[in-house]
Structures are given as structure tokens and as C-alpha cells.
Design a protein around this ligand. Structure first.
Ligand SMILES: Cc1ncc(COP(=O)(O)O)c(C=O)c1O
Length: 378
């Protein structure tokens, strides 16, 4: 069962209490551009948020029951709930508990990897565009970054990434890739890992599977088996997408036990709060919720794709909960016009400054968004 944001409040029984008042619910997304934080007005009421690849429906009802049941543990450090979530994640992924490293969102696990494996002598290899957090961390830490442009089909250029991986500390491989929504199949991932491992044995490969549950391409498989077999391969996952818990903050890495020991040293102790732990522990094995969310995303995505294609725009292949569309014009004025009309869409992702990344909301949200876009693009 899905729960809307409004129902999120009432489900917690906090409706009038103001604990989850608009500043919390309407706060800007994780991915919103930092510079804009400094200048943008507060989020207008009723803004439809299609800018941060969030799940518009939130987590399932079971998550709220688990959160309520955990209120009484708010005064305790989260040791037992952490153990319970690690066990649930291990069960859901067919791995052992020693292979699981928790993070405050998968963002924390990405930071741990940069801290552990990238240094002044061993660079980070990433893509342009891809999810920017690892390179932002590396740059903040004063560590070298080599960025490889995506190819003409907006796919990660794996050949060039291998070529740049010699002597690297870490290669960031986002699969599916945010913001381009493209995916690489199991054979391509295995070949990539084998080539990097052969050419640069000390390099770690971080495969970010934040959008794993949304992939329909039958050639795709999780890289978890590679991570279990090889200490230099790391897979990260999040509760922020299909599980609808972006505001709760929980994610994890699946790694070989030797790598788990190394990464644990970079964890913020008790970085995931008891409420997020409780919700994540029930959501991770909720197959019904995942299937419902996949179906909802597929339908609203097909509707949105058809709108853009009918309007004459090329829409990239998408294996995630967002689409990338070449509008063949500077994205910025389009984005500003959409925002004035109550629709927040993704920012430009250089070098793709004419592409729009639009997250898939509810069908009703996509109807409203496409009506606005029809006017804005006319
Ligand atoms: C590819 C990718 N990885 C990681 C994250 C961060 O997710 P979390 O909310 O788990 O920190 C995002 C968020 O949008 C993402 O797109």
C-alpha cells in the first residue's frame, strides 16, 4: 500500500502537531544544486517535485507502523536496530551479515569509499555526467579526479573509463547512470571489472545500484556476486528510491568482508537513526511494495515518454525513475519557466546543458507537468 505525503503525516498521527510541517516536507531535494540553495526562494506551496528522482508515494504502510513502534527507543543508541537491519539486508540480498555496511543514505557509503580509496597519489575515475557526490567529496578533500564524458548514446564510456583507471584508487560506475538513465548489462559490467582488475590491480570499483529495482533491461544483473568474490568491487544501494525513504536516510554497501572491515572504519558511528533503521528493515523485504512501485513508475514513465516523443523530442533509453530528453535548447529558461508554473525539474548536468532530466512522479503529477511543459516548449 502506498501512502501520500499528506497521509504520511496522518499515518504517523502527527497531523496537527507541526512536527512534519511544510519546511520539512517541502524542503529542497538532496540533488538540488547547492549554489541555488543560497539564492532560491523557499519552495512554493504545491510545487510538484520532479527534480531529485524521489519516489512520490513514500514508503509502504508497514514502514510507518515500524516507525511508530520504534518511538520508545528514541532515547537509546541504535545498536539492536542496526543489527536487525543488517540481518534483513543480508537476507534480502542472499549475502552474509559481514558483507553489509550501513550508511546514512548511500551517500555516506560513497563518501566512505572516497575516503578509504582515493588519495593524492590514487585518483578517482568518474563520468560526465554521472552522480556527482563522489567527485564532490574527492575535490573537497583535495584529491585528483578524472572525468570521462558519456558517449553519443548517453551511456558511460566504459572503454575510456578503463583507459583512465591505471593507478586510480577508485572508479565510480553508476549503473543505471544518474542523470542519463542508461544501464549496462551483466556481461559489460563483468568485462569492465575484469579489465580494470587486470590493468590496475590495486584499483577499487564502486558500482552504484541506487536505481536497481527500476531496471527492466533483461541483460542487467546486480553486481553483488562480483563484490562477494572480489574485495576490490563494492556495490551500493539506497532506501531513497523504490523504497520511498529519501528523507529518512538509509543506504548500504555490499562488499567482501575484508573491504567491509576497511570501510567500517570510515563510518560515522550510529549514523542511521532508529526510525530509519526500523522502516528500512521492513521495507527491504517487502516484495509487494517493490512490485507496486515498479508498475507505477513504468506506467507514468511510458505516459511521459509518449508526451515528449509526440512533441518531436528524442527521449533517451531509461532504466530508472527518470527520463533524459534533449530539448535542443538551453535548459535553464525552460526550467525557470516550469518552476514559475509549479513544476520543479532537474538542473542542467554539464556537458548536457540542453537535456532535461525529469523524475517520474505520480500519474497525476505527470499529467500536470506535461501540460506545463506543452506551454513552456511551445
Ligand atoms: C546514483 C545515486 N547514488 C546515490 C544517491 C544518494 O542516495 P541516498 O539518498 O541514499 O544518499 C543518489 C541520489 O539521488 C543517486 O542518484
Amino acid at each position: 500500500m502506498f501512502v501520500s505525503r499528506r497521509h504520511f503525516v496522518s499515518a504517523l498521527g502527527l497531523g496537527g502537531a507541526g512536527l512534519l510541517a511544510p519546511p520539512f516536507i517541502g524542503g529542497r531535494g538532496r540533488e538540488a544544486h547547492f549554489a541555488e540553495w543560497l539564492t532560491a526562494p523557499a519552495t512554493p506551496a504545491g510545487l510538484i517535485r520532479l527534480d531529485s528522482n524521489e519516489n512520490p508515494n513514500g514508503p509502504g504502510a508497514k514502514a510507518f507502523e515500524a516507525i511508530r513502534a520504534m518511538f520508545g527507543e528514541a532515547n537509546r543508541y541504535p545498536d539492536a536496530p542496526e543489527d536487525a537491519l543488517v540481518a534483513a539486508i543480508a537476507r534480502a540480498n542472499g549475502v552474509s551479515e559481514e558483507n553489509v555496511v550501513l550508511g546514512c543514505g548511500s551517500s555516506e557509503t560513497l563518501r566512505m569509499c572516497v575516503e578509504a580509496f582515493v588519495n593524492t597519489a590514487q585518483h578517482l575515475v568518474t563520468a560526465a555526467p554521472t552522480f556527482e557526490l563522489p567527485q564532490n567529496f574527492a575535490r573537497t578533500m583535495g584529491r585528483p579526479v578524472v572525468s570521462v564524458p558519456v558517449d553519443d548514446t548517453l551511456r558511460l564510456d566504459l572503454g575510456q573509463m578503463v583507459a583512465k583507471a591505471g593507478g586510480a584508487g577508485l572508479v565510480f560506475f553508476c549503473n543505471p547512470n544518474n542523470p542519463t538513465a542508461t544501464v549496462h548489462g551483466d556481461a559489460a559490467v563483468r568485462e569492465f571489472v575484469a579489465r580494470v582488475r587486470r590493468d590496475s590491480p590495486a584499483t577499487y570499483i564502486l558500482i552504484d545500484e541506487a536505481y536497481h529495482e527500476y531496471v527492466d533491461d533483461p541483460s542487467y544483473k546486480t553486481a553483488i556476486p562480483l563484490a562477494l568474490a572480489d574485495p576490490n568491487v563494492i556495490v551500493t544501494r539506497t532506501f531513497s528510491k523504490v523504497f520511498g525513504m529519501a528523507g529518512l536516510r538509509a543506504g548500504y554497501a555490499i562488499v567482501h568482508r575484508d573491504t567491509a572491515r576497511r570501510l567500517q572504519g570510515w563510518r560515522l558511528g550510529s549514523g542511521v537513526n532508529v526510525l530509519a533503521l526500523a522502516a528500512a528493515a521492513v521495507m527491504v523485504n517487502d516484495k509487494e511494495h517493490i512490485a507496486l512501485e515498479q508498475r507505477r513508475n513504468r506506467e507514468a514513465k511510458a505516459f511521459t515518454r509518449a508526451f515528449f516523443e509526440k512533441a518531436g523530442y528524442a527521449v533517451g533509453a531509461s532504466e530508472a525513475n527518470f527520463l533524459m530528453i534533449d530539448l535542443r535548447r538551453d535548459l535553464r529558461p525552460v526550467r525557470e519557466a516550469c518552476r514559475r508554473e509549479g513544476i520543479a525539474v532537474g538542473r542542467p548536468f554539464p556537458p548536457l546543458t540542453t537535456h532535461l532530466r525529469i523524475s517520474i512522479g505520480t500519474m497525476e503529477e505527470m499529467r500536470q507537468a506535461t501540460e506545463v511543459l506543452r506551454r513552456v516548449l511551445a
